[in-house]
Ligand binder design. Structure first.
Ligand code: MLC
Ligand code: AMP
Length: 505
């Protein structure tokens, strides 16, 4: 095939007038109309100088047009690089320059802040607003509604997704056509998606979950989505009766459970609820079943690997586990020190291998070599075990990572910023339990001798350079950080002592 990812996800729907996207206001978009829009964008991107293999950095609000940008990139062989809308100009500057993106597509409202970012990297700036207006629409105006699909091999890059690192520097995970396509194929089958499905889609489309899991599965199945701009409980309640499936992070489920309107009759049309990106508490699983009669299907994935494991569609969906390795995915538990495989039942590092596993980190061969073994196993940084029946559970993380509402936050990035503030000697950032976000960020600061750092000024500095979801929700001054005999900061001590800061009730 000329361009396997495009052909299987998009091209096969050419001329299909069936509905693809149902929008909040009641309008809808057919597959055919969507593909015509994407083709016009593909022409506009070529005219803007994007050649096959070039990176297109995109920070725009979720909309049908934003999704058409993804389709256009795949059709034109451009590497799609979606970015969280919460990222600040500072954060974006790094992604654009590191990726060497030739074009940055942003919201018209952010041109003031991002023109300098684009200029600094020699990238062209295009705009796309939530309503579809902007310089991209201007450039696409009058372009043909078909575009000759650029040939691509299965091993060619389709997307870059940046994931933060334990050193504080984000890494561009390079995903190939095969990585994305193989996973979507497995998931459609495993979760029994058909053209009749209607997915309630409230996730952002700049991460694996909302883009490569939810959207690719729907495209491959020829199904449709109720495409909401973001999670909003009222909108979810309003649309659930028309949907057959939903994918969400655990916060979606706890927020729905907090609403008395969630009851059996509301979800009578649903066949499947899926959760992932962060641990779903067993109590949420139990409460959801008691209220709705549905057992949430929990699965486990990562930016670098797409989906690795899933609870079964027909067998028992076990609360507190992430199910079995997906077909084609090998999963083993190893000793974190030696890399030797551990016997079943023991806790160790989760490693995965399969067509879903990424190609490596962009321009970081050493980082790639540290995490991706020569034999193809990727060292996930998650600690887990496999029980006698083969169910995988995640029991902890070897990586210093906080997951807040499904967004990953690497403490190191925040610590580097805190350490730089006037009067700060050192800092430690940990995640503590939070009733809405699962975990949230708390920063501990040790002042320099005789200094009294200004916590408000520090919070302001964080606001200026870090995305809102990374901001410490609490800054606490300590005389010293707890350390073990080796001098290593004991974050577990801080977590234990301050774990109740945001306790519910
Ligand atoms: C928003 N805020 C967050 C936040 N999301 N803070 C911490 N963590 C988050 N996840 C901020 C807002 O800016 C706001 O700031 C305040 O918190 C409250 O906002 P809100 O209106 O309550 O939040 P909301 O916009 O409703 O967003 C919450 C959310 C959203 C959970 C719905 O974060 C979300 O959609 N998360 C999904 C993330 C996701 O898709 N992850 C998949 C990654 S892929 P202020 O200024 O008002 O206080 C992956 C692989 C895999 O991990 O396995 O899937
Ligand atoms: P990301 O780097 O954003 O792709 O996040 C991937 C990480 O999210 C994984 O390494 C896990 O730590 C975590 N994760 C994803 N799904 C689950 C899950 N179902 N349960 C627990 N953690 C999960």
């Amino acid at each position: 095939m000329a361009n396997p990812l495009y052909d299987r996800l998009f091209g096969c729907h050419a001329g299909n007038t069936a509905l693809f996207l149902h929008l909040q206001g009641g309008e809808a978009l057919s597959y055919d109309a969507f593909l015509k829009l994407a083709a016009r964008y593909a022409h506009a991107f070529r005219a803007a100088g994007l050649a096959p293999g070039d990176r297109l950095a995109v920070q725009v609000e979720k909309s049908p047009q934003a999704l058409a940008v993804y389709a256009a990139a795949v059709q034109a062989g451009i590497v799609f690089l979606p970015l969280n809308t919460a990222y600040t100009g500072d954060e974006l500057g790094y992604f654009v320059s590191d990726s060497g993106a030739r074009v940055l597509l942003c919201d018209p409202a952010r041109v003031g802040a991002l023109q300098a970012v684009a200029d600094a990297s020699g990238a062209a700036l295009l705009t796309l607003g939530p309503d579809g207006a902007g310089t991209l629409a201007d450039a696409a105006e009058g372009q043909p509604e078909t575009f000759e699909t650029t040939p691509r091999d299965e091993g060619d890059l389709a997307a870059f997704l940046y994931t933060s690192g334990t050193t504080g520097r984000s890494k561009g995970a390079m995903l190939t056509q095969t990585n994305l396509l193989s996973n979507a194929e497995v998931l459609v089958d495993y979760w029994r998606f058909t053209g009749d499905d209607v997915l309630l889609h409230a996730l952002p489309i700049f991460h694996t979950h909302g883009l490569f899991v939810a959207t690719n599965v729907i495209l491959l199945a020829g199904a449709s989505m109720i495409f909401l701009p973001k999670f909003d409980t009222d909108a979810m309640i309003a649309h659930l009766p028309r949907a057959t499936t939903m994918m969400g992070v655990p916060t979606f489920y706890t927020r729905l459970l907090d609403d008395p309107r969630l009851e059996r009759a509301l979800v009578g049309h649903m066949r499947l609820f899926i959760s992932g990106s962060a641990p779903l508490l067993a109590e949420t699983h139990v409460a959801f079943e008691a209220r709705t009669g549905h057992r949430i299907l929990e699965r486990y994935g990562m930016t670098e690997t797409n989906m690795n494991t899933s609870n079964p569609y027909e067998g028992e969906r076990r609360a507190g586990t992430v199910g079995f390795p997906l077909p084609g995915v090998e999963l083993r538990i190893t000793d974190p020190e030696t890399g030797a495989e551990k016997p079943r039942g023991e806790v160790g590092m989760i490693e995965v291998r399969g067509p879903n596993v990424f190609k490596g980190y962009w321009k970081m061969p050493e980082k790639t070599a540290e995490e991706l073994r020569e034999n193809g196993f990727f060292i996930t940084g998650d600690l887990g075990q496999i029980d006698a029946r083969g169910y995988v559970s995640i029991v902890g993380r070897a990586k210093d990572l906080i997951i807040s509402g499904g967004y990953n936050i690497y403490p190191k990035e925040i610590e580097l910023l805190l350490d730089d503030q006037p009067g700060v000697l050192e800092s430690a950032v940990v995640g503590v339990p939070h009733p809405d976000f699962g975990e949230t960020v708390v920063g501990f600061i040790v002042p320099e001798k005789g200094a009294t750092p200004d916590l408000d000024a520090i919070a302001e500095a964080a606001a200026g350079s870090l995305a809102r979801f990374k901001h410490p929700r609490r800054l606490i001054m300590l005389d010293a950080l707890p350390r073990n005999t080796m001098g290593k900061v004991q974050k577990n001590v801080l977590r234990a002592e301050y774990g109740g800061l945001f306790a519910a009730g």
